[in-house]
Design a protein around this ligand. Structure first.
Ligand SMILES: NC(=O)C1=CN([C@@H]2O[C@H](COP(=O)(O)OP(=O)(O)OC[C@H]3O[C@@H](n4cnc5c(N)ncnc54)[C@H](O)[C@@H]3O)[C@@H](O)[C@H]2O)C=CC1
Ligand SMILES: O=C([O-])CC(=O)C(=O)O
Length: 320
């Protein structure tokens, strides 16, 4: 069987890390695309030379030509700019919307059968715009945010309870902004719900509330520390988990930015929800019963995403 082909649009911090992990896992041959001449080529050469040391067989090439993404099975989009300290993700909307237009047109022309994972911020608006510009089916275009936000939530909970990260399972739903919704109700340590662990005296409500707040600001915490650029190791690992779910038809239930049409009382936009990811792309959105607080918080988050779509339509008439 021929190797799969993975195209990475954007060869910056996340793009390079995605290429490295994908090669280590031998997910397929990798094409790194960027608008800057030399950067994708240089990174591809450097990464190729990891092969003999790490023992992977993957052809890694760099390009500035969209024609080279033809036949890609998976495309992961990180093209655009990251925020700086003091900025919100939403401040990136104007500049990254233009990037999504170029990327969407490139995908439409050269790889319309791919499964596309968007990572560029502000995520929920950019994945929506990328889908519009590319014209691909909604189930083949998805956004990465919830896997990362849940990983942050799980990390902080594992630290709080002093347990292995392997036993912690969490869902963060809603938009990938400060209004995201870490769902405590469905967060467990090896099946034991976090609220039960609090009742058992293993933590306090105050500490869990503080962890929820820290999770919501998890991206900003790293931006503040790095001072230039934003998180890239965990975002890349999260993107790869989604790519693997598709390539290996794993049917994983992952929190992803999926196109909702009626689920959770929301229609016609992308927002973070639990979804089954398999060979069909987003195969099913899973509607979990939310408590009143989570429901209210999800609505606030959805409203924030809606505002961003209005802004996108104001900037680019073709989206209106
Ligand atoms: N969804 C999520 O959970 C996360 C999203 N992000 C977002 O991902 C994006 C990328 O982050 P990094 O890789 O750290 O940034 P980076 O600045 O290291 O890399 C971005 C790359 O995109 C390239 N680029 C710019 N315009 C392009 C175009 N029109 N076509 C192709 N490539 C283009 C740049 O030359 C650069 O190499 C940012 O918008 C960031 O905010 C970052 C972390 C998590
Ligand atoms: O915070 C940022 O700007 C990057 C991002 O989305 C994250 O790390 O969650």
């Amino acid at each position: 069987m021929a190797r799969k082909k993975i195209a990475l649009i954007g060869a910056g911090n996340i793009g390079g890390t995605l290429a490295h992990i994908a090669a280590q896992k031998e997910l397929g041959d990798i094409v790194l695309f960027d608008v800057v001449d030399g950067v994708p080529q240089g990174k591809a050469l450097d990464l190729s030379q990891c092969g003999p040391v790490e023992g992977f067989d993957a052809k890694i090439t760099g390009t500035n030509d969209y024609a080279d993404i033809a036949g890609a099975d998976v495309i992961i989009v990180t093209a655009g700019v990251p925020r700086k300290p003091g900025m919100s993700r939403d401040d990136l909307l104007g500049i990254n919307l233009k990037v999504m237009k170029a990327v969407g047109e490139g995908i439409k022309a050269h790889a319309p059968d791919a499964f596309v994972i968007c990572i560029t911020n502000p995520l929920d608006a950019m994945v929506w715009a990328l889908r519009e510009f590319s014209g691909l089916p909604h189930e083949k275009v998805v956004g990465m945010a919830g896997v990362l936000d849940s990983a942050r939530f799980s990390t902080f909970l594992a630290q709080e309870f002093g347990v292995s990260i392997r036993d912690v399972n969490t869902f963060v739903l809603g938009g990938h902004g400060d209004t995201m919704v870490p769902v405590v109700q469905y967060s467990t340590v090896n099946g034991i719900p976090v609220p039960d662990l609090v009742k058992m005296g293993l933590s306090t409500q105050e500490k869990i509330d503080a962890i929820v707040t820290r999770t919501r600001g998890g991206g900003g915490e790293i931006v503040g520390l790095l001072k230039t650029g934003s998180a890239f190791y965990a975002p890349a690992a999260s993107g790869i988990a989604m790519a693997e779910a598709y390539l290996n038809d794993q049917k994983r239930i992952l929190p992803v930015a999926a196109y909702v049409s009626g689920e959770y009382g929301v229609d016609g936009l992308y927002v973070g929800v639990p979804a089954v990811i398999g060979a069909g792309g987003v195969e099913k959105i899973v509607e979990i019963e939310l408590d009143e607080e989570a429901k209210g918080n999800l609505q606030v988050s959805v409203d924030a995403v809606k505002e961003l779509l209005v802004a996108c339509k104001g900037i680019d008439e073709s989206l209106a």
